[in-house]
Design a protein around this ligand. Structure first.
Ligand SMILES: Cc1cc2nc3c(=O)[nH]c(=O)nc-3n(C[C@H](O)[C@H](O)[C@H](O)COP(=O)(O)OP(=O)(O)OC[C@H]3O[C@@H](n4cnc5c(N)ncnc54)[C@H](O)[C@@H]3O)c2cc1C
Length: 248
């Protein structure tokens, strides 16, 4: 079975992010990048699927040359080959999905894994858009997956519980934390990844549907107020909660 996994290259969760001078992008200075954490679950599930059912795993990412670092991470975990869909500059989730769907069609991938969400732009839509573009079945936010023949049984995380669903291949699955425990890349895996092929192609994104107008950081929080430490401050506290905070 041809298994594909789509991964995004995102700022490290610990990085301090500043908006760039164009107010439409982030300032990359001093920011380190990592594989999107939800995509690590997607890569692990793709590898487990290959180990159980056979086939090969191709990793696909859209972006500039720097994205190769993230593709290599997935190759070091055990994926067989990588594809970099090259594109610099402005593109939205729809354009991203368009480019990925084109490549997945060319790859004839039957089983496609995504993370549930990319932690940079946080849209949580690319996997479902790709499924629609390919006419594939799709299950999102998956925490348990079983594949038998063409049949898929998945558990999804929902508010306060789990939902069990069934569908069939070909399908798109988006991975939630808890789906598995992503393996660490071994030293051998890291060495082997250097020899694995990353094919480079020009991304066919088409046009974006959403225009990014401006980015800004949240306003700094107002400092807290200490009114005092005995019961005499209660009337003032009640007044502030009513009139300023407007929470009572
Ligand atoms: C309005 C707008 C403007 C943007 N402008 C730029 C820009 O100028 N430059 C720039 O570099 N980025 C830009 N981006 C972000 C870039 O296009 C994102 O990679 C893309 O939008 C995916 O983020 P998302 O939040 O939509 O993904 P989600 O829908 O949250 O991602 C879900 C899953 O889709 C997969 N996925 C997401 N992105 C990729 C990818 N690139 N390659 C492979 N798999 C992927 C991953 O499996 C991920 O877990 C922009 C995004 C938006 C919304």
């Amino acid at each position: 079975m041809k298994i594909a996994v789509c991964v995004s290259h995102v700022p490290d969760t610990a990085a301090k992010i500043n908006v760039g001078s164009d107010e439409k992008s982030i300032d990359n200075n001093g920011v380190s990048f990592i594989i999107n954490p939800y995509d690590e679950y997607a890569v692990e599930e793709a590898l487990k699927t290959k180990e159980a059912l056979g086939g090969e795993v191709v990793v696909i990412s859209l972006g500039g040359d720097e994205v190769k670092e993230t593709i290599r991470k997935a190759l070091a975990m055990g994926a067989d080959s990588g594809v970099l869909l090259k594109k610099e500059g402005y593109f939205d989730s729809y354009a991203t999905a368009t480019a990925l769907a084109e490549e997945l069609k060319a790859q004839n991938a039957e089983m496609v894994f995504f993370g549930k969400q990319s932690i940079d732009f946080d849209s949580g839509v690319v996997g479902q858009m790709v499924a629609e573009m390919l006419g594939y079945n799709s299950v999102s936010v998956v925490v348990d997956l079983k594949i038998e023949g063409d049949n898929i049984r998945a558990e999804r995380e929902i508010e306060g519980g789990k939902e069990v669903v069934e569908t069939t291949l070909p399908a798109v699955i988006t991975a939630q934390k808890g789906l598995n425990e992503p393996r660490y890349a071994s030293l051998r895996g890291i060495m082997q990844a250097k020899k694995k092929t990353i094919e480079e192609k020009e991304a066919q994104t088409g046009d974006s549907r959403v225009e990014l107008l401006k980015m800004r950081k949240p306003a700094p929080k107002a400092p807290g107020k200490i009114l005092g430490s005995d019961a005499s401050v209660v009337p003032e506290l009640v007044r502030l909660l009513k009139e300023e905070a407007k929470v009572i």
